[in-house]
Design a protein around this ligand. Structure first.
Ligand code: HAM
Length: 431
């Protein structure tokens, strides 16, 4: 039978088994972010289209090709958010956060939307977790943000990450560098993809960001003579860059300079960074970020520097599945089974136990054999059995579903005993 509806192309349903991993990833992240002292912020999933056009850049791929832009019933020009930074900065201004302290450390998590061609690791609705430090130009903020970025990956079990770093200077430096890039690519112009020939006119730095095999071949052939952004930095931008590198070394963050790292959004200034995992194929960026010292001013605010990152959670989850290193579902749990005479007691007991434990039971109130089968399948570690005789005496039986050991305990002692038993390492099944 053909289904009448499917999830829209590029979107996915996340089902309970998968969500266990997601919850684990989110919980680990929340722990790290709390210890770093970042406060969570939630902004709308859609905003004025103009907010994104102004910040990500009219000429960026995201704005030109990937926006979910729509008019509401009153004709307002809106768009689903393709990223989180613009909304966070808008909220920062709208709520006058600047008057509540000089430096703000914020984080967010939620779905973002980009109309790209769906493929492994690339979706039209995807999840990001991101953090921003708003209010200081100090290199220490860049380093804290990069350290936090790496520590999130470490909390998810990624080891020995190397962060690619670069500096994209200021808009004036980039304009000069763009000219140098244009001249460097001019002899190979015809060999570039049609898109990159256009980029060469509009914004030559974008050519460095292209994933097109034709462009990659041209860039590869000419790599040795490519002009470098770092060589184009002015004194101030260079001093910032050197200070960031020195502090990254001091903090023990492994990094390497990537001269081609220009990022896909237009708001970046100075430091940019990314991490990739090539096993993901073409969509290999797990996360990235950088400084955006002009963004808040562009939105009509006072000059206010910022630096931040976002991590693509769908890609992180893909990696964890590949490595099977995400937490196994928590072992534990209790199944409550009853006899005919004690069935009526189950809802109250289950409800009481669920204040502390993960508890399952048979909703269909079937016979004892069927309940035992369900208990076996449930993944529960302990069975709490309400035997008729025991219940009358004020007792229940606890059975270890692995080893088969049984123990009768007073009802008043049930919670204490479960707590103590579930804390013990799991016994191997009886042979
Ligand atoms: P971005 O590099 O555009 O940066 O996105 C960050 C991450 O989101 C990417 O590295 C990737 O893992 C994930 N991502 C992007 N597009 C998709 C997609 N279509 N499907 C799945 N995952 C995707 C930003 O968004 C900036 N807001 C980062 C930032 C924060 N810069 C400063 N502050």
């Amino acid at each position: 039978m053909a289904l009448k509806h499917q999830a829209p192309r590029g979107t996915r349903d996340l089902l309970p088994a998968e969500l266990e991993r997601w919850q684990w990833v989110e919980a680990r992240a929340r722990g790290v972010l709390a210890r770093y002292g970042y406060g969570e912020i939630r902004t709308p999933m859609f905003e004025d289209y103009e907010l994104f056009a102004r910040t990500s850049g009219e000429a960026s791929e995201v704005v030109q090709k990937e926006m979910y832009r729509f008019k509401d019933l009153k004709g307002r020009d809106l768009a689903l958010r393709p990223e989180g930074t613009a909304g966070v900065c808008r909220a920062f201004l709208e709520h006058g956060l600047a008057s509540q302290g000089r430096i703000h450390r914020l984080w967010y998590m939620g779905p973002m939307f980009r109309y790209g061609r769906p493929q492994k690791g690339r979706y039209r609705q995807f999840w990001q977790i991101g953090a921003e430090v708003i209010g200081t130009l100090a290199p220490g903020a860049d380093v804290e943000i990069i350290t936090l970025f790496v520590d999130l990956f470490e909390a998810w079990g990624f080891r020995d990450l190397t962060v690619a770093v670069n500096s994209v200077g200021t808009p004036a430096i980039r304009a000069r560098y763009g000219e140098a890039l244009r001249q460097w690519l001019a002899p190979a112009r015809e060999k570039l993809s049609a898109d990159s020939q256009r980029r060469l006119e509009e914004n030559p730095l974008r050519v460095l960001d292209s994933k097109d095999p034709q462009d990659l071949a041209v860039l590869g052939e000419r790599a040795a003579t490519m002009p470098k952004l770092l060589d184009a930095l002015d004194e101030e931008a260079r001093a910032h860059w050197t200070a960031v590198l020195a502090r990254l070394d001091a903090a023990g963050v492994r990094h390497e300079i990537d001269h081609g790292l220009v990022r896909g959004l237009d708001y970046y200034t100075r430091t940019t960074f990314e991490v990739h995992d090539r096993s993901l194929g073409a969509q290999s960026a797990l996360g990235g970020g950088g400084r955006y010292d002009g963004l808040i001013e562009d939105l009509g605010g006072p000059p206010t520097p910022g630096v931040g990152f976002s991590i693509g959670l769908d890609r992180v989850l893909l990696m964890l599945e590949q490595r099977e290193s995400a937490a196994a579902p928590a072992a534990g749990g209790v199944f409550v089974a009853s006899m005919d005479a004690t069935r009526i007691e189950v809802p109250a007991l289950v409800r009481a136990l669920r204040r502390e434990f993960t508890v399952d039971c048979d909703l269909e109130e079937r016979g004892f054999g069927a309940q035992m089968k369900s208990a076996g399948k449930s993944g529960a570690r302990l069975l709490v059995l309400l035997g008729e005789e025991e219940w009358k005496r004020g007792e229940v039986v606890i059975k270890d579903l692995g080893s088969g050991d049984q123990q009768a305990v007073r009802r008043e002692k049930l919670e204490d005993t479960l707590r103590e038993r579930l804390r013990r390492p799991q016994e191997s099944p009886a042979r």
